[in-house]
Design a protein around this ligand. Structure first.
Ligand code: 3H9
Length: 698
């Protein structure tokens, strides 16, 4: 007869001698939704009522312990019991409760552990308080039990960085009492037996004293002021941790209120949207197709992009064959990859052994014929259709049947590239963002004839390389660069009309961008946009307002950081506006007879963001992006869009389609060619729908 009682759909209580084993089984990540919470309360009560049970041991089934509160419940009416109450019930258990987390114990999952009377992790465990990434603070006693177990410094570090801490480190903090190898159920059972034998001490965390650590609090405040000024609950988190030296209930009440307030904050809503955006983008029409196996890839081109892509692939465990036409190019590529991997070792992201292993999988070559055995090729040479078609024509004859042929083009027509081969179904765009070993975005550009399994292969590769793959259709610039090309013009218009580059940059940095558009231009190299504008010049419509300022700056050899001068000067004295660039701006205004006017920062943000949203809406309307949330992901993971704003189209919903249409119509009075209301936005203004509604439909 089974000794296991089903408490509810997700919780069981198994009697193993004097141990009551409570198992949480709520796939995929055991999030602590209502059923888990109710089940835990009931299981602990049942175990307490069972005379045969002396110790209770909690563990979880599946790939991980509890990954936190169920984020899908946020923003909905609260369901009893709350997580803090659940954990209080666990801690109040008269019989000792041990917990044996495995995989990851995050947020509410870690807080459940903190409420148990002892914690023995399963080797490989990682723990964390990632609420900060959702604009929240730990809301189920992390700020109160955390300092009582591991001190303020470690609690603040975890709660403000959200980083996942390896079990060994957590053990050294005192957050865990032990770390054992084995199956979670076995580790839980052993831990419970150790309690019975008196080998493992148990205690109630809320009854411990926390020690004041003023230095840690000051450091945290300074860090928040510098790096997290838009975060809605970071300061409350510090305050809550500080209160842990006082009465437990008072600290809990403060934490709870801050958490509930945080949930309502638009910044938290934006960050939660970003969390789901990262995951939503993998839901694609080709989702059921089987990806082709990829173990060895070819990278054509050892420049910045090629070596970045090769670095990312090597770090992901793939074998890479890099092709260059001349030895010096190849040497530069090898040098860049070595530097990238060494940098990862220095930053503690990779061990020396892993770096050596990665380099052993790397084969540079001057002969394209060497690509005969690779599973996938990524061409990363400069943006010239003729050159790319020539390469793809050759790949068609060299690569084995079934190899995926990908281009890293940022703008060019993937259909045309595919037409250079006799196997267009194998051709796809894989558009990485620079530096490709760091930036998380990967646009997977699907051409007319690309086979579904080739699309699925692109997404599988993205996952393997820890990138966020976003499906994009073919058009000039795909999702990101197309929208960028459009709204960047607004920055030029604003400056030609009277704002300074620095004012535009400052306004947008205050809005939340890490860097304003003129600083970004200087960083990327102004010559890149210049070359692209020259390429596009024959197609530029006569009605389009064209700002020549950037071109004029480039004509004087000022390409931004790489030449020490662009819109700003970069030297030992730091960054400051470039007086010559300001003169050029004045000259251009004079030449066009423009009397400079002044803009408020709000006006700058309004125009810039409205332009971004307009083109983003068109990209959705034309089906270049599958859903609005895909555009958001592109900007969050490839363009430094502030996470707390959720992405351009999440942000658009906070303004509302009606207001956006009114703005565009107002701006169109001065420039009807540039400012046009996208049909989709007009429809939304009329029927009251939002981009969030479109996400649900898609
Ligand atoms: C919190 O705990 C607050 C408390 O302090 C206080 C409360 C009062 N809820 O990431 P994956 C889904 S805040 C709901 O692809 P992996 C996810 O959307 C929470 N759903 O897997 C996806 O669904 P779908 C703090 C969740 O193996 C599926 O699970 N916790 C949650 O790459 C698989 O996810 C966190 O912030 C959730 N909490 O990575 C941790 N988590 O298949 C968030 C995941 O429909 N989670 N889903 O797209 C993670 O970091 C990763 O999921 C984890 C696994 C590392 C666990």
């Amino acid at each position: 007869m089974s000794d296991t009682t089903k408490i509810n759909d997700v919780i069981t209580l198994e009697r193993a001698g004097q141990v009551g084993l409570v198992c949480i089984d709520n796939p995929p990540v055991n999030a602590s939704g209502q059923a888990v919470r109710q089940g835990l309360v009931d299981a602990v009560a049942a175990a307490n009522a069972d005379e045969g049970i002396e110790v209770i041991a909690i563990y979880a089934a599946g790939r991980t312990f509890v990954a936190g509160a169920d984020i899908k419940e946020f923003g909905k009416p609260p369901l009893e019991p709350s997580l803090p109450d659940t954990i209080a019930a666990i801690e109040a258990s008269e019989k000792p409760v041990v917990v044996a987390p495995h995989g990851t114990a995050l947020g509410g999952g870690l807080e459940i552990c903190m409420g148990a009377h002892a914690r023995v992790g399963v080797k490989g465990l990682r723990v964390g308080l990632p609420e900060v990434n959702l604009g929240l603070l730990p809301g189920a006693s992390g700020t109160q039990r955390g300092p009582r177990l591991m001190g303020m410094k470690h609690t603040l570090d975890m709660a403000l960085s959200g980083r996942q801490v390896p079990g060994e480190e957590a053990l050294s903090f005192g957050l865990l009492d032990g770390l054992e190898a084995g199956e979670p159920r076995d580790v839980a059972l052993d831990a419970a037996r150790n309690v019975l034998d008196g080998k493992l001490k148990t205690r109630r965390t809320s009854e411990l004293d926390a020690e004041m650590d003023e230095a840690a609090l000051d450091d945290a405040r300074a860090m928040v002021a510098k790096k997290m000024k838009h975060h809605p609950t970071a300061l409350n988190c510090i305050e809550a941790v500080k209160m842990s030296t006082g009465p437990f209930d008072k600290g809990m009440a403060y934490e709870r209120q801050s958490f509930v307030d945080g949930l309502q904050d638009p910044a938290s809503q934006g960050m939660r949207h970003a969390f789901f955006a990262e995951r939503a983008v993998s839901k694609i029409p080709e989702g059921k197709a089987t990806p082709r196996p990829v173990e060895k890839i070819g990278v054509i081109g050892g420049g910045t992009m090629g070596s970045g892509i090769a670095t990312a692939a090597l770090s992901a465990g793939l074998a890479v064959r890099m092709i260059e036409v001349a030895q010096d190019g190849l040497d530069r590529g090898i040098g860049a990859i070595t530097k990238n991997l060494d940098g990862a070792v220095k930053r503690g992201k990779m061990s020396e052994a892993k770096r050596d292993e990665a380099m052993a999988r790397f084969e540079p070559s001057l002969n394209m014929e060497d690509l005969g055995d690779v599973d996938l090729v990524i061409e990363a040479v400069f943006e010239d259709m003729g050159v790319k078609k020539d390469i793809f024509g050759k790949l068609d004859t060299i690569c084995k049947p079934g190899a995926v042929l990908a281009s890293n083009t940022s703008y060019l027509d993937v259909n045309e590239i595919a037409s250079a081969t006799n196997r267009p179904e194998d051709v796809i765009g894989l558009h990485f963002f620079s530096p490709a070993n760091i930036m998380r975005l990967l646009e997977v550009v699907v051409a007319d004839k690309t086979a579904p399994e080739v699309v699925a292969t692109g997404f599988a590769l993205a996952k393997k390389m820890k990138k966020v793959g976003v499906r994009a259709g073919v058009c000039d610039g795909f999702i990101g660069n197309r929208i960028l090309a459009y709204y960047s013009k607004t920055a030029g218009y604003l400056v030609e009309d009277g704002a300074s580059p620095q004012q535009v940059d400052d306004a947008l940095e205050n809005f939340g961008f890490a860097m304003g558009p003129f600083k970004v231009g200087d960083l990327a190299g102004l010559d890149i946009g210049w070359a692209n504008r020259k390429r596009m010049a024959p197609n530029r419509p006569a009605e389009e307002r064209y700002v020549r300022i950037h071109d004029k700056i480039c004509e004087e050899g000022m390409f931004g950081r790489k030449t020490g001068k662009g819109f700003y000067i970069y030297d030992d004295e730091g960054i400051r506006p470039n007086p010559r660039a300001l003169e050029i701006i004045d000259e251009e205004r004079a030449a066009k007879g423009i009397t400079p006017k002044s803009f408020t920062d709000d006006e700058i943000i309004e125009r810039y963001m409205t332009a971004m949203i307009s083109e983003a809406a068109r990209v959705v309307e034309e089906g270049i992006a599958l859903r609005p949330i895909d555009v958001d992901a592109v900007f969050l993971f490839g363009y430094g869009f502030p996470r707390f704003r959720g992405g351009p189209l999440h942000y658009a919903d906070t303004i509302g389609a009606k207001e956006l249409v009114a703005r565009i119509e107002r701006f169109a009075q001065d420039d009807a060619y540039y400012w046009k209301v996208p049909a989709i936005l007009r429809r939304m203004a009329e029927d009251g729908t939002t981009f969030a509604d479109l996400n649900k439909e898609g």
